[in-house]
Design a protein around this ligand. Structure first.
Ligand SMILES: [Zn+2]
Length: 194
């Protein structure tokens, strides 16, 4: 599974294309309409923005802590509190061939509680070692590495992977040229003595 809600919140205010600024909505949580659009919600009330901002901050702190190898009990506790209003009831379903399936029906009291619950469930399920930040210095996007070997370094090949490979290639060529120049000056041609 991909932690879509977690990534959406962690990347909410990070430019998608770091080369193109300014972004259209630098802070999507500034108003209900842009917040709903950015978070994939049908509707957000102005009164719900405070909780959504707290949720966004919490997720950013949690992800920063996890990626930085720091302890995260505080943001984890805040996320738990934010998810608190969303509770579940269990329903036991009998399928056609007499199998039983337990189904959880979640209450959705506020957008912040719904999203916090989803983030908490995602975090409990993913492989945290695969949660990464794009290695391109100009980019700050967080991504989930779903490749089999788990060696993805950029959030996407376009633009970050391609740009980084170009940059590294150019840097390597320049270093190669300099080394060649230095070499020719440092070592004078051998003098022939009669
Ligand atoms: Zn990137």
């Amino acid at each position: 599974m991909t932690p879509d809600t977690l990534l959406r919140l962690a990347n909410l205010t990070v430019p998608r294309k770091p080369d193109r600024r300014p972004t259209l909505h630098p802070d999507p949580l500034a108003g209900p309409a842009t917040a709903a659009q950015a978070l994939g919600l049908r509707r957000v009330e102005a009164a719900q923005l405070t909780d959504l901002r707290e949720l966004h901050e919490t997720v950013v702190q949690l992800v920063d802590g996890l990626l930085g190898g720091r302890p995260v009990p505080r943001p984890a506790a805040r996320l738990t509190t934010l998810a608190g209003p969303s509770s579940a009831t269990v329903r036991l379903e009998v399928t056609e061939n007499q199998n039983l399936r337990a189904q959880l029906d979640w209450s959705e009291p506020t957008p912040a509680a719904t999203l916090a619950r989803r983030v908490a469930l995602e975090l409990g399920e993913i492989d945290l070692a695969r949660l990464k930040r794009c290695e391109r210095p100009a980019c700050n996007l967080v991504f989930y590495d779903a490749t089999r070997p788990g060696t993805q370094r950029w959030h996407a090949d376009s633009p970050c992977g391609n740009r980084e490979r170009q940059r590294r290639h150019r840097a390597a060529s320049r270093a190669g040229l300099r080394a060649a120049d230095d070499g020719s000056h440092d070592v004078p041609p051998p003098l022939k003595r009669p």
